[in-house]
Design a protein around this ligand. Structure first.
Ligand code: ADP
Length: 683
C-alpha cells in the first residue's frame, strides 16, 4: 500500500528496500485521528534512574555521583544571566590557557612550556612532559618583503620560486593574474588584525560531508567579524554547490604545482560563499583529482589531498600572499605544515605559522613511500623517522595526521575532553605517544554553531518561531512535527535521534532507546542515513517492524528541513555515541530547548551537564548524561528525563530555559582560536 506522506521525506530516502516501502497503515491513521491523550502523570511514578557518576573528566570536576538532588528534590531553578550561563564553557586548554601562554619561537620550538592554569587545562596536562624531538631549527631565512598593510593582491612571483628539492623542471615563470578580490575589512582598533588562510577539504554548504565543513564555515565568519582578513582555499570539486558561490571567476591561470618529476598545471578561481572569500584550485591532469562526483572514497585519496596541500602552498607562494596564519584541517591537509617547513621556508616563506585542527582521529591518512616521490619530499630516511612522519604502528608506513601534529605550531581538536581522551584515554588511534610528545602545543576548543542557521527565533523552516521568553510556541512545532510524521497527538514527550547512522553514533543504543522510550510512555522519532547499505537495511527493517505504531517514526534519509523541525518539535534529543569529538546535535538541541540525553564522552561531556548529578550550579545544568555504553546505562539517563517530563514539568521547563540561554555560538571559540593564533605569532 502506498504511503501518503510528505514527498520531501520520501524524496530524500536512501536506498529503501522494497519490503520496507510498506508504510503505516490506515489503521495507524485511524488511531492517530482518535488522538489518544495520556494525562500528565498517568505514567507510573518511576524512580530517578541509576545514579550516574561524573567521572574524573577533563574539567577536573568533582567526583562521581556528586548528587545535588534527585528529580524529586531538585530545587526550583533560577533564571541565570546569559554571561553566567556560559562562563563554564570556556575553561579549555586552548582558550583559558592561551592568555597565559608564553611565546614559542619559530615554527618548531617544541620545548616551550605553557603555563597551565587550574581546572580543565590542569587536568589535561597532568602527564609528565616528554622530551622534545631533536628536530633541527629551520634556517634563519630573511622575511620576504611585506605587502602594504592590509593588501592581499597578487604580486609577481619571486624568481627563486622553484622549490629547492622538488626536482621538477621549472616551467616559465607564471605571471600572476590580476585578482579581483575584495579589500580586507578595516583593521580592528584593539588588536592587530591577522591574515588567516584556511586550507580545507570541506566547507559548508558548498562541499560538506561532516562537521568539519560547518566548522570552517562558522569559524571563518567569526574571525572576519573580529576584524581579521580570512581566506579559504578549497579543491574545485565538480560536486561543489555552485548555487552558493557568487561572482566565481579565474584569478590565477598558470599555477604549476610540482608533482613527481614534473608539474601539474592548475587554474585558481575566486568566489564568495555567503560572504566568505574562497579560492578554488582546479588541476588539469589525467589524474582527474577532483572531478569524480563525490568528495571522498577513492583509492588515491591520500595522493589527491597531498596534491591539494602542495597546490595550496604553491598558490600562496606564487601569488605572494603573506599569511600570518595557515589553518589546516584533518589528515587531508595535514601535509601543509610539512611542506611549509621542509620546502617553502627554505625559499623564504618564513612568515606564516601553522595551526592544525583534528576533527576526528579515526582517519589519519596512512600511506607508503609513493607519497614522498609524488610530493618532492625526497629523503625517505628523514621522513620515515618516528619523530617525523613514520607511523607509530606500521614501520613501513607514513602517517599524514601524525606529520601534521609534529610540524604544526599548534594543534587543536574539537573539545577539551576529546583532547584528553585522544592523548590519555585510548582514543588516539595510535597517536597517543605523538600527542604526549607534543602536548605543550595541543588543546581542545569546543565548536560553535551558526546562530544564523540554528536559531528558533529566526528559523524559516519552523511553522512557529520561538525563543526562551515565549517557549510555549515550541509546542506548536511539536504538533506540526506529529502531523508531518503522522504520530498520535497526545501528552507524551518526543524523544529524537538525528545523525549519521554510523557505528560511532552508538546504533545499538539507539535501537535499544526506541523500545525503551515506547515502553516508558514516550514517542520516538529518528532521522538518519548511512553510507553502509547493511546499516540502512537494518533500520529499514526496524522501521517496517514499528510501522503501525502511532508513537514512532523512523525517517531513513538526509533531510535538512525535517531536521530543523525535529530539533524544534522534540522534547528530548538522544546522543549515545561510542565516541564523539565534539557533536553538533546536542548543541543545536540545546539552542532549541530540546533536552539532550548524552553519553559522558568527548564534546558531549564538555557541553551537557546532568540535571541531577552535575556539580555545576543549577542554572548551568541542561540535560542528562550516562557513562556506560550499555542498555542500563542509557536507561539510567533517558529514564530520568522521561520521569522529569511527566512528574516535574516545571523542572523540565527550567531545564529547557537553561539550555536555551547557554551560548554555543562561535563567539567564544572564535576568541579561543585568536588566542592560539596570537600565541603562535608572538614568538
Ligand atoms: P558528525 O559530524 O559526526 O556527523 P555532528 O553531530 O558533529 O556529527 O554533526 C551532525 C550534523 O549533521 C548535525 O547538524 C545534524 O543535524 C546533521 N545531520 C546528520 N544526519 C542528518 C540527516 N539524516 N538529515 C539531516 N541532517 C542531518
Amino acid at each position: 500500500m502506498a504511503k501518503a506522506k510528505k514527498p520531501t521525506s520520501r524524496d530524500n530516502a536512501v536506498d529503501e528496500p522494497t519490503a520496507a516501502k510498506t508504510t503505516k497503515t490506515t489503521k495507524k491513521r485511524a488511531r492517530v485521528a482518535k488522538k489518544t491523550v495520556a494525562a500528565a502523570g498517568a505514567e507510573p511514578a518511576a524512580r530517578p534512574g541509576t545514579p550516574v557518576g561524573t567521572p574524573a573528566d577533563a574539567t577536573g570536576s568533582a567526583a562521581a555521583g556528586t548528587a545535588v538532588g534527585t528529580a524529586a528534590a531538585a530545587p526550583k531553578r533560577t533564571a541565570a544571566p546569559r554571561a553566567q550561563g556560559r562562563a563554564h564553557l570556556h575553561a579549555i586548554a586552548a582558550g583559558a590557557e592561551t592568555a597565559a601562554l608564553r611565546p614559542m619561537p619559530r615554527v618548531h620550538a617544541f620545548t616551550q612550556a605553557r603555563s597551565a592554569p587550574a581546572d580543565t587545562a590542569a587536568a589535561l596536562r597532568t602527564t609528565t612532559p616528554h622530551p622534545a624531538p631533536a628536530l633541527p631549527e629551520p634556517p634563519a631565512l630573511p622575511e620576504p618583503p611585506t605587502l602594504p598593510e592590509g593588501t592581499t593582491v597578487a604580486r609577481a612571483a619571486p624568481t627563486t620560486a622553484t622549490p629547492a628539492d622538488s626536482g621538477y623542471a621549472p616551467e616559465p615563470e607564471p605571471h600572476p593574474q590580476p585578482q579581483h578580490e575584495p579589500s580586507p575589512p578595516p583593521r580592528h582598533q584593539q588588536r592587530p588584525s591577522l591574515f588567516i588562510v584556511h586550507i580545507t577539504p570541506e566547507m559548508a554548504p558548498v562541499a560538506k560531508v561532516g562537521g568539519l565543513a560547518d566548522v570552517v564555515f562558522g569559524l571563518s565568519r567569526e574571525l572576519a567579524i573580529r576584524g581579521n582578513h580570512v581566506e579559504i582555499i578549497l579543491p574545485k570539486y565538480d560536486s561543489l554547490r555552485y548555487d552558493h558561490i557568487f561572482e566565481l571567476h579565474q584569478v590565477y591561470q598558470d599555477l604549476w604545482v610540482p608533482w613527481y618529476e614534473g608539474a601539474i598545471h592548475c587554474t585558481v578561481y575566486f568566489g564568495f560563499v555567503h560572504g566568505r572569500k574562497c579560492f578554488f584550485i582546479e588541476p588539469h591532469s589525467h589524474d582527474n583529482f577532483f572531478n569524480r562526483g563525490s568528495i571522498y572514497g577513492f583509492a588515491d585519496d591520500v595522493l589527491r589531498y597531498a596534491f591539494f596541500s602542495r597546490a595550496a602552498l604553491e598558490f600562496l607562494w606564487k601569488a605572494g600572499k603573506h599569511a600570518d596564519i595557515i589553518h589546516c584541517h584533518d589528515w587531508q591537509t595535514a601535509l601543509v605544515p610539512v611542506f611549509l617547513y621542509e620546502l617553502y621556508q627554505q625559499l623564504g616563506m618564513t612568515h606564516p605559522r601553522a595551526c592544525l585542527t583534528i576533527h576526528n582521529f579515526k582517519h589519519q591518512g596512512v600511506t607508503g613511500a609513493e607519497l614522498l616521490r609524488a610530493t618532492g619530499l625526497h629523503r625517505p630516511e628523514h621522513f620515515f623517522d618516528l619523530h617525523r612522519m613514520g607511523d607509530n604502528q606500521h614501520k613501513e608506513a607514513l602517517n599524514l595526521l601524525k606529520a601534521g601534529v609534529v610540524y604544526s605550531n599548534f594543534v587543536t581538536t574539537v573539545s577539551p575532553r576529546y583532547a584528553f581522551e585522544t592523548k590519555d584515554g585510548g582514543q588516539g588511534f595510535g597517536l597517543e605517544p605523538t600527542l604526549h610528545t607534543h602536548h605543550m602545543k595541543y588543546g581542545g576548543v569546543v565548536n560553535g554553531i551558526d546562530y544564523d542557521v540554528w536559531n528558533p527565533e529566526v528559523d524559516h523552516c519552523l511553522p512557529v518561531r520561538y525563543g526562551v521568553e515565549h517557549i510555549d510556541a515550541k509546542y506548536d512545532n511539536k504538533r506540526a512535527l506529529r502531523q508531518r510524521l503522522m504520530l498520535a497527538d497526545n501528552e507524551k514527550p518526543i524523544v529524537a535521534f538525528v545523525g549519521r547512522l554510523d557505528p560511532q553514533k552508538g546504533l545499538e543504543l539507539v535501537r535499544h532507546a526506541i523500545f525503551y522510550a515506547l515502553e516508558r510512555g514516550a514517542q520516538f522519532v529518528l532521522l538518519g542515513s548511512s553510507p553502509y547499505q547493511g546499516i540502512n537495511n537494518d533500520f529499514w527493517g526496524l522501521k517496517q517492524m514499528l510501522n503501525d505504531s502511532p508513537d514512532c517514526h523512523l525517517e531513513i534519509g538526509f533531510d535538512e528541513d525535517l531536521a530543523h523541525l525535529i530539533y524544534a518539535g522534540a522534547d528530548i534529543m538522544l546522543v549515545p555515541s561510542q565516541f564523539e569529538p565534539c557533536g553538533l546535535t546536542q548543541l543545536i538541541a540545546l539552542r532549541y530547548g530540546t533536552i539532550p540525553v548524552v553519553r559522558t564522552i568527548g564534546g558531549l561531556a564538555d557541553t551537557v551537564f546532568d540535571k541531577d548529578y552535575s556539580d555545576r550550579p543549577l542554572h548551568e545544568r541542561n540535560g542528562y548524561r550516562f557513562d556506560d555504553y550499555d542498555g542500563p546505562g542509557l536507561e539510567s539517563a533517558l529514564g530520568r528525563a522521561i520521569d522529569c517530563y511527566y512528574q516535574f514539568p516545571e523542572h523540565f521547563r527550567e531545564l529547557m530555559k537553561n539550555a536555551m540561554r547557554a551560548d554555543y555560538s562561535w563567539n567564544q571559540p572564535g576568541q579561543d582560536y585568536l588566542n592560539i593564533y596570537d600565541f603562535i605569532r608572538n614568538r
